[in-house]
Design a protein around this ligand. Structure first.
Ligand code: SUG
Length: 445
């Protein structure tokens, strides 16, 4: 059957800001309190979506969470009118107000883990929204993300939606950022690679920064998605690189079809990991395991450039392209390495640099901004058509962003309830453009 990969990018929400909320994410901490430009952030994201669509790839879009998250603020004891909730939180708990204002749902690689029908035991596409347990500003995403996924993939004859895992550190789950699959093509059953930062039964763990994904979470998802245990590997991330700012595996490794590109220090006991992948891979096309040595690129170069957070996409005419952040062009060693990679004998033959600086300054590169969903033609036909990018939707969303978004946000703006009203008005209109129904709390009261 004819299968294709659709990237569902997160639309950057109207409250995109730099709040320094992610301990362990170097960019988030170092840009804390910088003025942000939500309009530019959203337009940069849309530009990437449209570029991929123009290259002949299927491209989807996922709506953002509504912010501020008033329900969470009310749970924390702030009461009265919505405006009062905001002003009181700004006075007495600015940290929580910032968490409830974060536009972090834009990084849809963390929205969910998705298993294609070619991997699942019942032939359906399975979704488990990530609980994002490690960070409060992200843990509050799961409920609305769940509704948005259901409104985007609504046909229960082909799509199965699971509950997020229980909100407990044992089940810390960050979605597809720590998952990849290797296969001859999207329609072949694949080898699922789940990369975890910590196994609660082991002492091997990072010492400085938190491990966000646990082995126990990955195992639960593989069970729910009915994956074949003989085609599922659990791989531990090297705790030393988590301590150097590699907070998700997609900051140090990227896979697509029969290609896996990863840094020499990505995994714990890496030689054994590579041998296991070779042993379990069942495809008939040659498997390209491309290890980037520390001499080629240091871990610091990888973190600063986000080269491994490129998207690796299969091109309609054959071959693959890296969709890389333009920050890679500011580090000579990285630019040189990428140029050599495109010349070497492997399927990657092109690099396209994209300016995603607004997202990058919060630690979110091209790959963080998208959730990959491999679909058969029949399943693609069942996706909400108003969530698939074409020229018309791109134009409508660009006009919508230009109409509603501010071009500057600083912390003090969060205390002003007018930002909340503006955002709600914008998102209410968005749900009509994308035909999502009432997915937001403020539309349901
Ligand atoms: O969870 N940054 C996000 C970046 C997520 C990147 N995703 C992947 N690598 N897949 C995070 O750390 C920063 C928000 C702030 O500080 O304002 C933030 O949440």
């Amino acid at each position: 059957m004819n299968y294709t990969e659709v990237n569902f990018d997160g639309l950057v929400g109207p409250t995109h800001n730099y709040a320094g909320l992610s301990y362990g994410n170097v960019a988030s901490k170092s840009n804390a309190n910088k003025a942000s430009n939500p309009k530019k952030a959203a337009l940069q994201g849309l530009e990437k979506m449209f570029k991929l669509n123009q290259m002949g790839l299927h491209q989807g879009v996922l709506a953002p969470n509504a912010r501020p998250d008033l329900a969470t603020l009310r749970t924390l004891g702030f009461s009265g009118s919505d405006a009062n909730v905001i002003t009181q939180a700004a006075k007495t708990a600015p940290q929580f107000l910032k968490a409830c204002y974060s536009a972090s749902s834009m990084w849809t690689a963390n929205a969910a883990t998705v298993s294609p029908s070619s991997d699942s035991g019942d032939g359906k596409v399975h979704f488990t929204p990530a609980n994002l347990n490690n960070k409060i500003h992200r843990a509050i995403e799961a409920k609305t993300t769940s509704r948005i996924l259901k409104a985007t993939f609504s046909d229960d004859a082909v799509f199965t939606h699971h509950e997020p895992l229980p909100q407990h550190p044992i089940f810390g789950d960050e979605g597809a950022a720590n998952y990849t699959r290797l296969a001859d093509s999207y329609g072949h059953s694949g080898l699922a690679l789940f990369v975890y930062g910590e196994d609660i039964n082991s002492q091997v763990k990072p010492q400085v920064f938190p491990a966000r994904q646990t082995r126990q979470a990955s195992e639960a998802i593989a069970r729910s998605h009915l994956l074949d245990p003989a085609q599922t590997l659990y791989i531990q991330q090297n705790p030393e690189v988590i301590d150097q700012g590699v907070f998700h595996n997609d900051v140090i490794a990227i896979g697509n079809e029969n290609v896996f590109l990863f840094h020499q220090q990505a995994f714990y006991q890496q030689k054994k990991v590579i041998a296991k992948i070779r042993q379990y891979y069942t495809g008939t096309r040659p498997l390209h395991l491309i290890e980037v040595t520390s001499d080629d690129l240091s871990v610091a170069d990888a973190v600063n450039s986000y080269i491994f957070n490129s998207q690796l996409v299969s091109l309609p005419g054959g071959g693959m392209a890296l969709i890389a952040p333009s920050e890679c062009q500011t580090i000579d060693a990285v630019e040189r390495y990428v140029a050599a990679l495109c010349q070497a004998s492997n399927p990657i033959n092109e690099v396209i640099y994209m300016d995603l600086k607004q997202s990058m300054q919060n630690g979110g590169g091209p790959a963080c901004l998208r959730l990959r969903v491999a679909l058969s033609q029949h399943e693609l036909n069942a996706v909400n058509p108003d969530c698939l990018i074409d020229e018309d939707l791109y134009d409508r969303l660009t006009t919508w962003v230009n109409k509603h978004y501010r071009d500057r946000l600083v912390e003090a703006d969060l205390a002003d309830p007018s930002l909340m009203l503006e955002s709600q008005q914008a998102l209410d209109e968005l749900t009509q453009i994308m035909n999502l129904g009432s997915v937001y709390d403020f539309q349901r009261l």
